[in-house]
Design a protein around this ligand. Structure first.
Ligand code: TRP
Ligand code: SF4
Length: 402
């Protein structure tokens, strides 16, 4: 079985090259090896944009169009909208009951963002709670991996703690021990003995290696023992770590190395700063934007040598140029051998080339907007059935199935 990957993105405007290189490119790459769930985090957008909620509606299908244009394939990836699956809110509510306030107050992005986004009033209950909503988004699909930027690492860590706490509180029904014994009895004798050995080792030393080996046995059973149930895996995975049944699965953050792309003026690329190249900008617009980009301020005249390290165009070369072009830039810039417009041309060409297949796919999609809606509908149905199953387990574990 393929491992499940889940990630979400906020719909707050058209997507730009920074979004593509920072996240979307990776999403596309992951869909060949994993079962991928990607969603429009419209409720998350509301935590900061509650006073201008209309922006969200305008951006939802634009954003999904950008995803599809970039190469997300609806036959491989499940694409859906968060707010169409109210089970996310149900799980959020249930998790909220037992989550200590301090866990949320201590999330580093909380105070940071309140400081940074001074023009918005973020002293809201929703804003404090949104990392827990994110935990619900992840846990409801029992995702193994969550591709996110470094800035979101603390949210995945919180998600792990929330899952652990839930499993400890609710993962041991009264016949937990008997159920574990029954599941163990279904393993091959050697495997059961090996599992037990790893369990003891993990309990004594906390060794990750022992845990991984124990998990390997459970995976093997899932693949080989006939009629093996997911619940049996959850029992043994929980028992291995000395907790209850793993009703909720602790996810792992997936940080891939990404090239940071600044905006046209050298600060962070953002549509609202007016310094972004959009994924679907026309070639003319791209050329105009790059030609107008800031360069090393020391290069006032063509004859002044420059320093690529002080120039945002150089960072674009980092993302878009091969070694030979980069060597040409360094030599030409530091000796005033090339002008800045000359230096920018290969960047323009590379971006336009990269966008070509996006433009072609987007043209097909925008000609027939129902197509995108149908893709989202089908994805939402698929995601919903997984979410509903998890909620059944969660309610039962909590004793709410009366
Ligand atoms: N909070 C993320 C962001 O601001 C978006 C997000 C919401 C998300 N839910 C998620 C990402 C679940 C990964 C998994 O970018
Ligand atoms: Fe920047 Fe290139 Fe001009 Fe040097 S030559 S300052 S790297 S645009």
């Amino acid at each position: 079985m393929k491992t499940r990957v889940l990630s979400g993105m906020r719909p707050t405007g058209s997507m730009h090259l920074g979004h593509y290189l920072g996240a979307l490119k990776n999403w596309v790459a992951l869909q060949d090896q994993h079962e991928c769930f990607y969603f429009v985090a419209d409720w998350h957008a509301l935590t900061t944009h509650y006073e201008e909620s209309e922006v969200i509606g305008q951006s939802v299908y634009e954003m999904v169009t950008d995803w599809l244009a970039a190469g997300l394939d609806p036959d491989k990836s499940t694409i859906f909208i968060q707010s169409r699956i109210p089970e996310h809110a149900e799980l959020f509510t249930l998790l909220a009951m037992g989550t200590p306030l301090g866990w949320l107050e201590r999330v580093p992005t909380y105070k940071d963002q309140i400081e940074k986004l001074k023009d918005r009033d973020l002293a809201t209950y929703g804003f404090l709670g949104y990392p827990l909503l994110q935990a619900a988004d992840i846990l409801i699909y029992k995702a193994a991996y969550v591709p996110v930027g470094e800035d979101q690492a603390s949210h995945v860590e919180l998600t792990r703690e929330v899952a652990r706490r839930f499993n400890n509180l609710y993962g041991r029904g009264k016949d937990f021990e008997a159920q574990v014994a029954a599941a163990l009895a279904r393993l091959a004798k050697d495997d059961a003995r090996y599992y037990d050995k790893q369990r003891k080792a993990f309990g004594e030393t906390g060794s990750d290696e022992a845990r991984a080996k124990g998990e390997g046995i459970v995976r093997k059973a899932a693949a080989q023992v006939s009629g093996w149930r997911a619940e049996e895996s959850e029992l043994l995975l929980g028992h291995l770590k000395g907790s209850g049944r793993s009703v909720l699965v602790e996810p792992q953050a997936l940080h891939t190395e990404v090239l940071r792309l600044p905006g046209l003026d050298g600060t962070k690329m953002s549509k609202s700063y007016g310094n972004a190249i959009l994924m679907r900008d026309e070639p003319d617009a791209v050329a105009k934007k790059v030609r107008g980009m800031a360069t090393d301020p020391a290069r006032v005249r063509r004859s002044d040598p420059g320093d690529p390290e002080k120039c945002p165009v150089w960072q674009f070369h980092g993302a878009y140029s091969d070694a030979a072009t980069k060597a040409w830039v360094v030599k030409g810039c530091t000796t005033a051998g090339i002008g800045c417009l000359e230096c920018k041309q290969p960047v323009i060409d590379a971006i336009v080339r990269q966008q070509q297949p996006w433009r072609e796919r987007a043209a097909v999609l925008t000609a027939e907007p129902q197509k995108v809606q149908r893709i989202v509908e089908a994805g939402t149905e698929r995601a919903r059935s997984v979410a509903q199953q998890t909620m059944k387990d969660v309610r039962a574990a909590m004793g709410l199935d009366y």
